[in-house]
Design a protein around this ligand. Sequence first.
Ligand SMILES: [Zn+2]
Length: 339
Amino acid sequence: MKVWKLLSPKIFAEEERPDAIASPTQAKVKITKVLLGYPEVRAYTGAAGVRYPLVPGMYAVGIVAETGSDCVKVEKNTRVFLNGISPCGECAECRRGNFTGCLFPKVAGMGRDGFLRDFVVAEEGSLTPLPPSVTDITALYAGILSHCDNIVNKLDVPKGTHVAVLGAGESGNILSQLLIYRQAVPILIDKDEERLAVAAKCGVYYTLKADDDLIGELNEITGGRMAEGCVYTSFNGISPELPFRITAARGKVVFAGMEFPELSVHLKAALDKRLTLTGVSNDSIQSAAAINLLVNKAVELSPLLAAEQPAEAIASLFAAKAEVLERDGRVSASVLDLM
Ligand SMILES: [Zn+2]
């Protein structure tokens, strides 16, 4: 197989590796598409503190090329989503058999080699078959959708609750849609009107610009109660102290992302209001449940889907995205087509 690995920050090299199936429960998968989001770009720039050499790529879809003799849920030509987050198998939760509660999951493209490669040999358990109604490019978002589902579960708010979502990137947009699906009332906030417009096209009805009028507008929508829950998504360019201003007393604030930037906040505002603060990061992914949400059209992704780029563009695409992330503190996702 061919892999694209980072030797050090911003230096890519192609490498040939052996790709034989090593156990009867493994399958060999031809990678067709890889999502390129901020974790990949941060691994590229060295900002993520990853160890090199490293093959980036957290989420991918592919087609099964070959199966081991004990594989039961996939066969040759099955389209699959590859789950990039696996339990460590060593922490206290894993030792108790609670793999979904793993404290230190291994993340493809961060703590272990990812999916930027033409083929991968993977345990069958990490593959989720895709039904015909879910396209490859839509399936790439199953990981983000599952991450958003984890956030909704952490919020655990009753129906009709106002939840402020800060950052209208992929996560904030999908999270807002999922909150609507779960009958909460998201209010999506961003500085960037274009991102808010995309979210509106996806069906998010309260979108607010993060400017001087924000508090007044939020007061109006919530009838003066402000948001009872608030989610701050990583790398959105908004002050991390804004959640403490817009969340109602005794409300919940969740900081969420596949990674967190360095964040400094004055905690007093949160303590005075008796807020509950927590984080949701690379927790376990329930891929099959996320694919089910896609089948049920719980979220509308078409206005959000990233542009596709060919494999030849890998080095230049990473370089261009790194520049955007360094300049703006945020970057939208792309899709690499490896067919
Ligand atoms: Zn573990």
